[in-house]
Write a protein that binds this ligand. Structure first.
Ligand code: NDP
Length: 497
């Protein structure tokens, strides 16, 4: 089912077109065809959205957190109620298989419900005062107006990870979703509207990063940026924010290693690695794009893995039997093919996939065969760059220490995984891998809402989800209350003369 309501931006409680009247096309990646028109916002629209968010700030922050949480709860329950319809828009907009879209939209609902519960647990501290008859406490206040900028790969869940905690903690929001996922992102805004959110509290401006994104980060009315996207974009945004001393959370790229030890259950490890490498057609910041295997089992694992990869069902995400959908755009498809060529020319061997499809169903869409490289080395382009497509590289090492060394030899530090039954290996990985997340006997994907999510090095800083969200989205104020009404020994003396 497609969205029946025309796609608009949401500013100050109204669904509006761009002030310039310009639009751009939303393309279905499975067919390459336009399915919706999206307003192409500009600086003026961003200003209107930020002004609305500023105007709504005071009254929104004065509503008790429990009531703000109730709005977020209603939005989460609405997402759950409409899960199938929203998941289908997700498929149409970004191409992911319907089974995966259901999980992603379900995760968006869970995030809203989780953060709504936190509204009644917004604890802070009381500090035992150093003085008698004095009370010292820390209160939390919202940061103000938050700019939430998201990518297209998990548009429902990543959108909600920013919106739900920002709103619950009393901030107002200007949301700038990726142009590639504006239609599904508007569904999130619609559920908040249906939940009764007061006007101006949540605003959405659609349009490209160069125009709308730039206008948003450069607008002086924004107090915080929550950015999820490429490391290069994040670096630029961080440079804009730094001189303003503006708060920011940066969830950036990854080149995640999955280590397979010689004692691992190879069948299970291969299946888990397959999902980690190829779900969302490899377009996950946490995708297992490097698989590092101990040499004793490397051949067996590579054979198993490549065999399974070539059996994956690739096609339109709307089909229930499809495992891997298209990549997001023609340029992303071309980019993946360039990397496949680069891998071959650097001496890696294609064990599965390695190109596109020529049949009628898939020719027009942006499909890439799930591609497995064997005999890869960590200094190859395919092992260094984030490809963001269904392409992964298997590398062989002599032991777990070397595996960890190779895993760390990257500018990224988002996710990681190890398959092993040896507890020593487990702790070596926990201690040794420089990444925000390490999965043990699970692929590199699959965060949980109650646990912090984020990375190190070029994968960014700050954490989404979990209790950390409270720290990011609130400003702490320390309050000192002297109820002695008396003099203190250090006060200046009585007036002279
Ligand atoms: P981009 O960095 O290209 O875009 C992300 C968002 O930023 C989009 O909304 C984009 O707008 C916007 N944007 C682009 N340029 C600017 C700018 N100058 N100022 C402000 N905003 C701007 O990333 P992708 O959308 O291509 O997403 C893929 C990337 O996201 C991958 O690197 C992936 O690893 C990362 N990612 C990280 C996650 C994490 O949690 N660590 C999770 C998921 C993805 P528009 O697209 O409309 O131009």
């Amino acid at each position: 089912m497609e969205s029946k309501i025309p796609m608009k931006m949401y500013i100050d409680g109204q669904w509006v077109g761009s002030s310039s009247g310009r639009e751009f096309a939303a393309i279905d990646p499975a067919t390459g065809e336009e399915f919706e028109r999206v307003p192409k916002g500009n600086e003026e629209d961003v200003k209107a959205a930020v002004d609305a968010a500023i105007a709504a700030q005071r009254s929104w922050r004065n509503i008790p957190a429990s009531q703000r949480g109730d709005y977020v709860l209603r939005a989460g329950l609405l997402v759950r109620e409409q899960l199938e319809a929203i998941a289908r828009i997700d498929v149409k907009n970004v191409g992911k298989p319907i089974r995966e879209a259901r999980r992603e939209v379900g995760a968006a609902a869970t995030a809203a419900i989780y953060f709504s519960g936190m509204a009644r647990r917004m604890y802070s501290n009381v500090v035992d005062s150093e003085q008698p008859e004095k009370f010292t406490m820390v209160v939390r206040r919202p940061v103000g107006v938050v700019g939430v900028i998201t990518p297209w790969n998990d548009p429902a869940s990543l959108g909600m990870w920013g919106l739900a905690p920002a709103l619950m903690t009393g901030n107002t929001v200007v949301f700038k979703p990726s142009s590639n996922s504006a239609v599904i992102s508007a569904e999130l805004v619609r559920v908040f509207e249906k939940a009764g959110l007061p006007k101006g509290v949540l605003n959405m401006v659609t349009g490209g990063g160069g125009e709308v994104g730039e206008a948003l980060i450069k607008n002086g009315g924004i107090n915080m940026t929550v950015f999820t996207g490429e490391s290069a974009t994040g670096r630029h945004i961080a440079e804009v924010n730094a001189p303003l001393f503006r708060r920011q959370v940066m969830e950036l790229g990854g080149k995640n290693a999955l280590i397979v030890a010689k004692d691992a259950e190879l069948e299970v490890a291969a299946r888990a690695a397959l999902y980690a490498a190829f779900s969302s057609a490899g377009q996950k910041c946490t995708a297992a794009s490097r698989i590092i295997v101990e040499e004793q089992v490397a051949d067996k694992f590579s054979r198993l893995f490549a065999e399974q990869a070539s059996k994956l069902v690739v096609g339109s995400g709307l089909r229930e039997d499809v495992d891997v959908g298209p990549v997001i755009s023609r340029s992303q498809q071309e980019n993946a093919l360039d990397y496949i060529k680069a891998g071959e020319s650097e001496g890696a061997v294609v064990l599965a996939g390695g190109g596109t499809y020529e049949d009628e169903e898939r020719r027009k869409g942006f499909f890439v065969k799930p591609t497995v490289f064997g005999s890869a080395r960590n200094d190859m382009k395919i092992a260094r760059d984030e490809i963001f497509a269904p392409v992964t590289a298997i590398m062989t090492v002599s032991d777990i220490d070397e595996a960890i060394e190779v895993a760390n030899d990257t500018r990224y530090g988002l996710s990681s995984a190890i398959y092993t039954k040896d507890i020593k290996n487990v702790f070596k990985a926990i201690d040794g891998i420089d990444a925000g997340m390490t999965f043990v006997n699970q692929g590199t994907v699959g965060p949980e809402v109650g646990a912090p999510f984020g990375g190190a090095k070029d994968s960014g800083f700050g954490r989404e989800l979990g209790e950390e969200a409270l720290e990011h989205f609130t400003e702490k104020k320390t309050v000192f209350i002297d109820y002695s009404y008396g003099d203190r020994p250090w006060y200046f003396g009585l007036p002279r003369g």
